[in-house]
Design a protein around this ligand. Structure first.
Ligand SMILES: [Zn+2]
Length: 683
């Protein structure tokens, strides 16, 4: 999953530019990668006769300002703590600011275990590449005003810069290179990336599709542009016209996955991952509407991630692989139940951006399910119409959840106040229960009745129930507005099972019995303990990246012998290596075998030194899990350790030479919301 950069210049929440406040900015930036610095010149003019030039600007705190001139004459200014002020009042037709800034935020040597998706880098200029975020103050930001930008980026030969807007010019001579961009929509600030790129370009009508890649990854550009074309067409049909002049896929020299207005910045290692083209790319293209052109009123909650997740990561599954879409909804519910603790939950109106797995489970996962439930409630036609109206009306504005509600209400002619209030302003999820379920023979066959219950605070829900017989599925939906709702099914064949929400269309709190043990349980552990199996002592050092990736680097470590002696209760365990003691070995499910140097799943046996099995199982203690890291060799463990934490939703994983072979989740058959009648006596 990918984040979208917050559009808060230097921590200030932008206020919409006054109608007469639009500015034209011509920025000219020369990059000196070897020296980690830039020299910039910004020429500002009013965009129309009603505009006046601003008098206050934000610029990087460390900037040196060489000169400020108004209508060509030097003028006084003050520059303190990143705030540049010029004397007020005079009627000026242009203002020029010349400045120099050094940007050298350190780039980590190693990214394993860092959960902050920016890696703490706001701006850095380096020979390997440059990235200047929109909140780093690399160009003067008029306070509370928006601009149309004309940006010229100059650098050594072969170095091209990318920012928002249409590509106007790109060329390189023996002495220097130049890239020019022009934006059309007003923006508060810009981000910029630069590197020694190969450039590939296609057009889709008026829209430029561009790829800026390294030489090593240039062969990927054609496929990326083909996918851009496909998603752009799909989303224009669903949301209306694409709001920008271009969409560019741009490579970064460290592993980002940023969505920016009209472009995405993907790390060199990220861009090579085969699934990015069908997951992150459509997600970023969707953000062009949701979060970029229609900006987010962050103070009332970031709805953009949930919507991009829903229309891209989720909806594409629904279009192309419906079974996967069902699985995706279940994963959202599992992630929420695993990663969000009751005391640590937050309402969607308090979600700003993804800083932790918990934030992601709420701001991306729960929010995506809210859009799903909304679509079920108002129907497809009203849902897509509501989004189109939101896109039309929201262009260039900051929208809150309440603005979305307004457009969905208009499109559906329904009052959605209860729906939005309970799902966006309240933390948590409903927990449902079945009670008093009985089956009695009646003249026509069988009658199944009972009640659906929910805890306080109650939600207003449409709860689907499915009664199955040997030949039929009988579906009914019951409106549950209070704490209880009776239901009755009458069927002419013997009932086999009754299931609440069989398709997982509701966002609800899963029961522990419904949750398979997964890597995420280890990650969320509050009481981790590493146990080193006897004979596997060397594995501890080789597991360092695994422990960091799971956020277990502070976890206590015990030898197998010590653990057996003390058996500290209430712990989640990670066993490194095959335990010598039979008591510590896993009770494997059917189809699995494992021993010191080999394992098998189904009819496939893994006995190579390069094979690794990682699995997480429910512990004999309630609510705890045990992970088993079983590599065929130390070399294999080093190759694999850092990869495992990326597979948070899975219960067991097989790797060979560091590449994933198997990823799967234990089946959970037991749920208090599914009743099997065969096991119950029917009178
Ligand atoms: Zn996103």
């Amino acid at each position: 999953m990918i984040l979208i950069l917050l559009l808060w210049p230097l921590g200030i929440v932008p206020v919409m530019a006054a109608a007469n406040g639009l500015i034209d900015q011509r920025l000219s930036i020369q990059l000196f990668p070897e020296e980690h610095r830039l020299e910039g010149r910004a020429v500002l003019t009013p965009a129309d006769s009603n505009s006046e030039l601003p008098e206050m600007f934000r610029l990087a705190v460390g900037a040196d300002i060489d000169a400020v001139t108004t209508d060509g004459k030097p003028t006084d200014f003050t520059f303190d703590k990143g705030l540049l002020q010029i004397p007020p009042g005079s009627e000026v037709s242009n203002l020029t600011i010349s400045y120099r800034v050094r940007f050298d935020d350190p780039v980590p040597q190693d990214f394993v275990g860092i959960e902050d998706p920016s890696f703490g880098i706001a701006a850095t200029i380096m020979p390997q590449g440059s990235f200047l975020s929109d909140n780093s103050g690399w160009h003067p930001l008029p306070v509370d005003r928006q601009s149309r930008f004309h940006v010229t980026i100059i650098g050594p030969p072969g170095l091209y810069g990318v920012t928002a807007g249409r590509l106007v010019e790109l060329d390189s001579s023996a002495t220097r290179s130049q890239t020019i961009w022009q934006t059309r929509l007003p923006q508060s600030s810009l981000a910029l990336a630069a590197g020694y790129y190969q450039v590939k370009r296609e057009d889709l009508g008026e829209i430029q599709l561009l790829a800026f890649t390294s030489v090593e990854n240039a062969a990927l550009a054609a496929d990326y542009l083909e996918s851009c074309r496909e998603y752009m067409q799909l989303y224009q049909a669903l949301f209306g016209p694409y709001p920008y002049a271009k969409f560019a896929v741009v490579e970064n020299f460290y592993p980002t996955g940023y969505g920016l207005p009209g472009w995405t910045l993907l790390g060199s290692s990220v861009i090579r991952l085969p699934f990015i083209r069908t997951t992150s790319l459509p997600h970023e293209i969707a953000h062009a509407w949701w979060g970029n052109a229609i900006e987010i009123d962050y103070q009332s909650g970031n709805w953009g991630e949930g919507l991009a997740t829903y229309v891209a990561d989720y909806y594409l599954q629904e279009l192309y692989a419906p079974a996967e879409a069902f699985e995706y909804r279940r994963k959202i519910l599992r992630d929420y139940a695993t990663l969000v603790e009751a005391g640590d939950d937050l309402p969607l109106t308090d979600f700003r951006s993804r800083m932790t797995k918990r934030d992601q489970a709420v701001g991306y996962g729960k929010a995506a399910m809210v859009f799903h439930m909304l679509r079920k409630l108002i129907g497809d036609e009203a849902f897509w119409q509501g989004l189109q109206a939101t896109a039309r009306d929201g262009l260039g504005k900051h929208f809150a959840w309440s603005d979305l509600r307004r457009h969905f209400e208009a499109a559906s002619a329904m009052d959605l106040s209860v729906f939005f209030r309970q799902w966006t302003r309240r933390a948590g999820a409903p927990q449902l229960r079945l009670a008093d379920v009985s089956v009695i023979p009646v003249d026509a066959g069988w009658q199944v009745s009972g009640s659906i219950l929910q805890e306080e605070p109650v939600y207003d829900l449409a709860v689907p129930l499915r009664l199955e017989t040997a030949t039929h599925k009988h579906d009914q939906t019951f409106d549950l507005a209070g704490s209880q709702k009776p239901f009755v099914f009458t069927v002419n064949a013997r009932p086999i099972s009754l299931t609440v929400d069989p398709e997982s269309n509701l966002f609800r709190k899963l029961y522990p019995e419904e949750l398979p043990a997964t890597v995420n349980n280890l990650r969320a552990s509050k009481a981790p303990l590493v146990v080193v199996s006897t004979g596997s002592e060397a594995l501890l050092g080789a597991s360092r990246d695994l422990l960091r990736g799971l956020q277990w680097h502070q976890a206590p470590v015990m030898s197998e012998e010590d653990y057996l002696r003390q058996q500290p209760p209430g712990r989640d365990l990670l066993m490194l290596g095959w335990p010598k003691s039979l008591d510590l070995r896993p009770i494997l499910p059917a189809g699995f075998t494992a021993a010191a140097n080999q394992f098998s799943i189904g009819d496939k046996t893994y006995a190579e030194a390069q094979d690794v099995l990682f699995m997480v199982m429910a512990s004999h203690e309630d609510h705890h899990v045990t992970g088993y890291f079983l590599p065929g060799s130390l070399a294999a463990s080093r190759d694999t350790a850092r990869r495992i934490p990326h597979y948070g939703r899975y219960s067991y994983l097989v790797f060979r030479v560091g590449s994933n072979q198997v990823k799967a989740t234990w089946e959970t058959e037991h749920s208090p919301l599914k009743i099997l009648f065969e096991k119950e006596p029917i009178p």
